[in-house]
Design a protein. Structure first.
Length: 378
């Protein structure tokens, strides 16, 4: 009998658990640990903020995985010992034959003085009701959407939020000026100059200002302070800096800020210890990091599961992580663009930006529906 412990029940962890369950013998144990009780996709946040669809509609209990033969432990991972393939959950030690680390990226608003007091944290699920209320009750003025650190997950998300908020306020006749700032020289550098021009053109057409090369150092009441200059706001929605979860940092696995893995096998330096998704850093051929996105975490979970199952069966693992993926960027008006390609292609990432079209928005709804149905069974 073998035991696999999966740390984290997000995109990567759930995909790994289900794929392992499908591949391993019934007597083998698949354990998934998460301190959260529910799964929800990141992109639903914009729908909650703009009142389009409530969080509960896309939230599913991780405990539903128990019916699929996965043991779900609700608790906090307090230590990881990769050499022993052992972990502690709320102080209790568990050992395994293989570990999959899928703990994601931790939000670090504390790295920006004033963030907690003055900004609404777009990426914290627990803040969603507060943001939705603030947006609903906003009577006009300057809305700032800020990217406060790199890397951050789902690079298109703040731009999508700007477009959806523009539509929201326009429909209600609320007079607003919307600005998006970030530290990078273009909106989403991974898309290249042509892809960025498409996104930035879309923002400009809606009167949304994009402020590149704006690295915020702190926030004061009604003002974001940059290395050079300041920007006032009446409503500030921020993407906080991200960092590797503290427990991963303590384990010694994050030698480079994030967990370094073999980009094809997703193995860490420790035998039978894999890391997938946002907790890792995988470099593309141009030297930039692969964007942190659910599609890559999910694909990583599938690869790790297949390789673990092969090892347990005494076979040479063959499945590798290809870095192919896509994600949708809603532009309002019932349309979305799609960004897709081979992000790990050589000699350079091969990425295209298509649309917008109503069909891509339908695909986005389908993306969520299909996964919730196959993963949690409804
Ligand atoms: C607004 C927004 C929009 C997005 N849109 C898209 C999109 O359209 N397409 C796309 O592909 N991606 C999108 N993403 C990104 C996507 O959500 C992440 O990249 C993805 O969730 C990463 O998966 P993961 O499994 O690596 O980590 P996560 O999904 O973050 O899962 C990590 C899990 O680990 C748990 N955890 C962490 N530390 C501990 C601990 N110590 N003990 C116990 N549990 C712990 C957490 O509770 C969490 O459930 C979006 C993200 C946001 C915020």
């Amino acid at each position: 009998m073998h035991r696999v412990i999966i740390l984290g029940g997000g995109f990567g962890g759930v995909a790994a658990a289900l794929n392992l369950r499908a591949r391993l013998a019934a007597a083998d144990e698949v354990i998934l640990v998460d301190r959260r009780t529910h799964f929800m996709m990141g992109f639903r946040k914009s729908w909650v903020i703009t009142g389009r669809s409530p969080a509960d509609e896309g939230r599913r209990p991780l405990a539903a995985l128990e019916q699929r033969g996965i043991r779900v432990l609700n608790g906090t991972v307090t230590a990881i010992d990769p050499a022993a393939r052992a972990v502690e959950v709320d102080g209790r030690r568990l050992e395994a034959d293989a570990l999959v680390i899928a703990l994601g990226a931790e939000l670090a608003p504390d790295q920006i003085p004033g963030f907690a007091e003055h900004a609404l944290n777009f990426y914290a699920p627990e803040e969603l009701p507060r943001i939705a209320d603030a947006v609903k009750n906003f009577r006009g003025g300057r809305v700032l959407i800020g990217i406060f650190g790199l890397p951050y997950k789902c690079p298109p998300a703040p731009f999508e939020l700007a477009l959806l908020l523009d539509e929201f306020f326009r429909d209600r006749g609320v007079p607003v000026t919307i600005e998006v700032f970030g530290p990078q020289p273009m909106a989403i550098p991974v898309l290249g100059p042509a892809g960025c021009a498409a996104i930035e053109g879309r923002l400009a057409a809606r009167g949304i200002t994009f402020l590149p090369n704006h690295r915020a150092t702190r926030i004061e009441a009604g003002e974001v302070v940059f290395g050079r200059g300041r920007r006032t706001f009446d409503l500030l929605i921020g993407v906080p800096p991200h960092r590797v979860p503290a427990v991963v940092s303590r384990s010694g696995l994050a030698t480079n800020g994030w967990v370094t893995v073999n980009p094809e096998t997703l193995e860490t330096g420790f035998p039978d210890v894999y890391a997938i998704g946002d907790v890792t850093e995988v470099l593309m051929a141009d030297g930039r990091p692969l964007p942190k996105a659910g599609v890559f975490a999910e694909a990583g979970g599938e690869v790790a599961a297949a390789r673990i199952a092969a090892r347990f069966a005494g076979r040479q693992p063959e499945e590798t992580f290809a870095g192919n993926g896509h994600c949708y960027l809603e532009v309002g008006g019932g349309e979305a663009m799609v960004v897709r390609g081979g992000f790990l292609a050589k000699p350079a990432p091969a990425i295209e930006v298509l649309g917008p079209s109503p069909g891509y928005l339908r695909e986005k709804y389908e993306f969520e529906r299909r996964r919730l149905e196959t993963w949690f069974g409804d």
